[in-house]
Design a protein around this ligand. Sequence first.
Ligand code: NDP
Ligand code: MG
Length: 396
Amino acid sequence: MSRPQQITVLGATGSIGLSTLDVIARHPGRYQVFALTGFSRLAELEVLCLQHRPRYAVVPDAAAARHLQEGLIAAGLSTRVLSGEAGLCAVASDPAVDAVMAAIVGAAGLKPTLAAVEAGKKVLLANKEALVMSGALFMQAVRKSGAVLLPIDSEHNAIFQCLPVDYAHGLARSGVRRILLTASGGPFRETPLPALAQVSPEQACAHPNWSMGRKISVDSASMMNKGLELIEACWLFDAQPDQVEVVIHPQSVIHSLVDYVDGSVLAQLGNPDMRTPISHALAWPERIDSGVAPLDLFTIARLDFLPPDESRFPCLRLARQAAEAGGTVPAMLNAANEVAVAAFLERRIRFTEIASIITEVLNLEAAGEAGSLEAVLAADRRARILAEQWLERHGR
Ligand code: NDP
Ligand code: MG
């Protein structure tokens, strides 16, 4: 048997990171953890190191690195602890690594994910914000290095599974009419509109079908998540925004669909458990056990579909406009959203003000070309400053 594949898990302490480690642990002969990274949950990272015995661990700074290193030495482990963005990029691009799970949340994941892409790794992309920010550069880097990019987002993983195996040259050449991106509609799908201004972070994070990190949970409640996914789909599948239609499907059993010109519509179904797309991408093109329970259609019994309501979910409209505008607009949208979501989680703004902040940032800041990483990062920084200024004026 061949040697186990070496896997780096960026964002190991998060929801996707832990699901990835659950799948890896089911296949010890096939996968070995090369590196684990954490940011604030460092006691949890230490426990994960004891379980998975990685060659490297990465933490935010030198003091945290010393602390973890001492703990690991005391436990008899030879894991080396690195720190900061340089540490993240090093474990993402190390020659000994076969595959990188990119599961850091937000813009913080961009440079390490790009490092994995530029090193030509098999990149399992959960960190959609990285692609939203830098789509053109990111996809260029994939083509240049020959990296194998596999989507982890359940919708994009579903679309990937429904497209032809050799899909490469755009939807039309493969006979695809459009992509149907399903969305659960989140916890506020039926909340009376006036009540949306009063909802709490706890209510926003109580997703009906999926258990996820707090930022993506709020994004799901506002449907910014679907907006980011629309942009993500355009880059991954070389599609135009008007070729991607959002369909509300409250049961989250169909993870997305591909509509072909001959009238065939292919869908991927499964229980809402991220271990399915994670296993699919880890083993691709093979299939492995993920630990996910088989789908019981008789228990599900019915599947519903509704059009999205953009007056309820203005973030979806903002993201579609950003997708159409291109350039640095998606990076600004993403940055303003990150600041706004953090402020909502800290109870400094109302849920409905997330869209107000993003609207103002996009109105104030002129769009530019996203031709270099510097341009993308400058747009990101500028949008964060404008969003913070909004908070100073209006936030609690
Ligand atoms: P979590 O919040 O659960 O985990 C985020 C991870 O990123 C944690 O390991 C966290 O470390 C780390 N992290 C946070 N900030 C930084 C930073 N500044 N520098 C380095 N590391 C950092 O999020 P999820 O696992 O839910 O989501 C991760 C990504 O996957 C997101 O981009 C999300 O959109 C995407 N995704 C998630 C899905 C899900 O079901 N959860 C589904 C589809 C996509 P620590 O915890 O130690 O602070
Ligand atoms: Mg998704």
